[in-house]
Write a protein that binds this ligand. Sequence first.
Ligand SMILES: NC(=O)c1ccc[n+]([C@@H]2O[C@H](COP(=O)([O-])OP(=O)(O)OC[C@H]3O[C@@H](n4cnc5c(N)ncnc54)[C@H](OP(=O)(O)O)[C@@H]3O)[C@@H](O)[C@H]2O)c1
Length: 287
Amino acid sequence: MTLTNVNSPLTLNNGVEIPCVGYGTYKTDPAATATAVTAAIQAGYRHIDTAMVYRNEEGVGQGIKAAGVDRTELFITSKLWNTDRGYEATKVAFQKTLDRLGLDYLDLYLIHWPANEKQFGAEAAKINAETWRAMEELYHAGKIRAIGLSNFMPHHVKKLLETATVKPMVDQIEVHPGWTHADEIKELQAMDIVVEAWGPLGGQGATVLTNPTMQEIATAHNKSTAQVSLRWVLQQGVLPLPKSVHVDRMKQNMDIFDFELSPTEMATISALPNLGGQCKDPDDVDF
Ligand SMILES: NC(=O)c1ccc[n+]([C@@H]2O[C@H](COP(=O)([O-])OP(=O)(O)OC[C@H]3O[C@@H](n4cnc5c(N)ncnc54)[C@H](OP(=O)(O)O)[C@@H]3O)[C@@H](O)[C@H]2O)c1
């Protein structure tokens, strides 16, 4: 696997190719989203990650149109929010997402969070199974090129696989220095599921980018701590989704293919303590 730029493809378990770095849009102000997405596409990103709950799908769609790049060259992901779980509701929510984006298909659609036992008791697994059944139907109907999960830990995935007829192609989980999910990544990859890293820079307010160890490694490579963080994600075979509304940072976050972290540097970063981020346990959330 030789990755030379953000659009070098990884291949999903259904044969669909996905650009190895995506552009994130969480907390991008809806009013500023179109401009940011157009700028990201002009900077060279072809893979855009949004979600119904970000309230900016319309802006993403407008930004895509304004960029003037052929739809087939883009890889667009959105996610089903928690209030829309279940067989019928999922199909309705998916169509609304398509309408807001102004698209007639998605490249990837994810269940944003698993229904958990804390909220739903024994019903949780059934809710996830029914939601997935609708995702499978939309996939078979050709409305989505790939379907997947987000914030599902391996035990949620295994439970889902008991009833699934289509194996998820992707699982998007929080991964950054200080919140590694190393065992989960290995387990998901062993299931032939591509892992995407949300919050790959530690998210807003995290201290990943100012950590002295990160700074030392960044200086050694003449790179920024953001670039080191993204490279550390990528070298684990994980697909990072950096978000920035600033063009210089968008470009900086793409420029991660001309250096390599040594095994020692990888291990040093992996051993960092918790540096902040959202760090939520999907079995403990109450939303
Ligand atoms: N599935 C989920 O549950 C879930 C949850 C959260 C996020 N996500 C997805 O993952 C994407 C990334 O996560 P995230 O947005 O939470 O966090 P992130 O990408 O780790 O970090 C974004 C923060 O870092 C700043 N930043 C970006 N590039 C920088 C650079 N080169 N140097 C210094 N600061 C930089 C951004 O500020 P500026 O914008 O001001 O540059 C922003 O404050 C999201 O946008 C979303 O698409 C998914």
